[in-house]
Design a protein around this ligand. Structure first.
Ligand SMILES: [Zn+2]
Length: 81
């Protein structure tokens, strides 16, 4: 079922997506970009140097002033402790 997951999900990681698959945009140091859900983007951010931007659906389900990119950064910080 890998094809139904967001682009940030790694093949070795069998977990399912959380929320929308285009919640955030990840840009790596080579300029490569990929969309991701909150869960997989946080896992990727915790292990690979990349910058997190709000994706097309970043504000869906979040209160004003908050967005999926902030959630990803918070989770990645937890994962890397
Ligand atoms: Zn995902």
């Amino acid at each position: 079922m890998a094809s139904t997951r967001c682009p940030a999900a790694r093949p070795a990681d069998q977990s399912t997506c959380e929320g929308l698959a285009d919640a955030v945009l990840l840009r790596d140091r080579k300029g490569g970009e990929r969309l991701g859900c909150v869960h997989h983007a946080a896992v990727l951010k915790a292990s690979v140097p990349c910058t997190v931007f709000p994706g097309p659906s970043a504000y869906v389900g979040y209160a004003w002033g908050d967005d999926a990119a902030r959630e990803v950064l918070a989770r990645a910080a937890q994962l890397t402790r």
